[in-house]
Design a protein around this ligand. Structure first.
Ligand code: R5P
Length: 282
């Protein structure tokens, strides 16, 4: 049975359809003091596949409750799918006294799961914080599908070196184009400095590819360095879009943003369900 977190209902339903598995009834409630109560009344299956993007602290807590509720209801195996792993970018103590938050949340999730699947985690290494080590699924393969046909001499551009492989995956999916990357230095949570490469984008269509768009600072900074490009598109796995990210990208000249449903919203045109289902069938 597929058990959905409240932030992943569309993806959970798509996954249930892909696998031909039942979608468990779920209830998301809250006590008067604000404490959450997520429940799975009438859960009846040997395996629970809990699908929950941890896009907020509440979503984290809700996931722990759903894992526990499924076990209480008799599930012998709990498989947790983290379409988007919150706190995944806090994978180190960057300054003295800081926690390794990714490790802390991974440990908590691991206590209630027999197997954890992550979708395009920001750093693959974060998987080792889970016990057993989490599996990584690549949902970027289909990001090229909604791109318009006939892009002019396209460039698939990563705003930093770390996203180059992802840009290559989207280019391969599209079938033609160059791959290039800029360099990025983050000054703060919202302030980044991007150093462009010498790629000539004049008159060429550009698809800027990254794993996450959060504040949109990385993307908009990268786009500012494009000199006389043709059309500009954004493709990302996790369209988190916090604060004024959309406005920033529109003001930067982005025509369309394509993301997956690991984070559900208006830009989630591509479903990660087929990639997750493929892994679960193995
Ligand atoms: C970081 O290296 C990630 O790959 C993304 O570039 C980053 O998370 C995007 O964040 P923002 O949209 O806030 O710049």
């Amino acid at each position: 049975m597929i058990v959905s977190g409240s932030a992943s209902q569309t993806l959970a339903a798509a996954l249930a359809a892909e696998l031909g598995e039942e979608l468990a009834p779920v209830e998301y409630d809250r006590f008067p003091d604000g404490e959450l109560l997520a429940a799975v009344p009438d859960f009846a299956a040997e395996r629970a596949i809990v699908v929950a993007s941890t896009v907020s602290s509440d979503a984290h807590l809700e996931l722990l409750q759903l894992q526990d509720a499924a076990r209480e209801a008799g599930a012998e195996e709990v498989v947790t799918v983290l379409p988007y792993m919150g706190y995944g970018r806090q994978d180190d103590a960057f300054e003295a006294g800081q926690p390794v938050s990714a490790r802390a949340v991974a440990r908590a999730i691991s206590t209630g799961a027999d197997r954890v699947l992550t979708v395009n985690p920001h750093e693959s290494d974060v998987r080792r914080f889970f016990e057993p080590t989490a599996e990584a699924i690549d949902a970027a393969g289909r990001l090229a599908e909604p791109l318009p046909a006939g892009l002019v001499d396209p460039v698939f551009l990563a705003p930093d070196a770390g996203a180059t492989e992802l840009a290559g995956t989207v280019r391969d999916g599209y079938g033609t184009g160059d791959v290039d990357h800029f360099e990025k230095r983050r000054r703060s949570g919202t302030d980044v400095e991007v150093t462009p490469s010498d790629v000539d984008v004049a008159g060429r269509d550009v698809v800027v590819v990254d794993d996450i768009v959060a504040t949109g600072s990385t993307m908009s900074e990268a786009i500012e360095h494009l000199e006389e490009p043709g059309r500009v598109f954004v493709a990302c796995v996790h369209p988190l879009f916090v604060r004024n990210a959309r406005v920033k990208l529109s003001r930067a000249g982005v025509e369309t943003i394509y993301g997956t449903d690991t984070v559900e919203g208006p830009a989630s045109a591509v479903s990660a369900a087929p990639a997750i289902a493929d892994r679960l069938r193995q």
